[in-house]
Design a binder for this molecule. Sequence first.
Ligand code: HEC
Length: 160
Amino acid sequence: MSQPKHLQETVGGASPARTADTPMRRRTKRLPAALATTALLSIACSTVADEPTEADLARWQQQYMDMVQAGRGLWTSDQLGTNRLACAQCHPNAANTHPETYPKFQKQLGRVVPMWEMVNWCLRNPLEGEAMNPADPRIIALVAYIRHERRGVPLAPGKH
Ligand code: HEC
């Protein structure tokens, strides 16, 4: 394989002074590979990082806020369980929901759980209702509302 002149000198050059300089020779030999990797990465990133437009951002924010709003509506609904209790009666404005502490060990369930499992625990126990599938838009809305109310609180997973 033919090497650029500066590399031939460093890699192949057999003068006694250079032979002693092993770390330097290794580094120089790897340089072309490192440069090639960097070039490939920057090509890959420029195709992946498709910058959203202002309109995209506004639309996505609106979709998010619609979900939070749906959660806010469900929060005061007395129709989620069977005993006419609403989340808001025990957790006004999402108080005492501690979304920043998930996932964490919950003694009611005996294992480390994501927050939606505690939403289901409350649906089944205090509200005497049915658990929801985690992909149910209602549980996504409830979780969105809880997290939105508690936004800005530093993450503290596992904390009690
Ligand atoms: C009758 C009171 C009551 C109602 C109504 C209620 N909860 Fe709870 N909730 C509790 C209790 C008690 C706990 C357990 C506290 C603990 O052990 O951490 C809890 C815990 C939680 C937690 C975990 C809190 C933490 O500190 O990790 C979440 C999240 C939660 N509830 C969401 C909801 C949602 C959503 C609803 C409505 C679907 C709801 N709760 C309705 C009493 C209630």
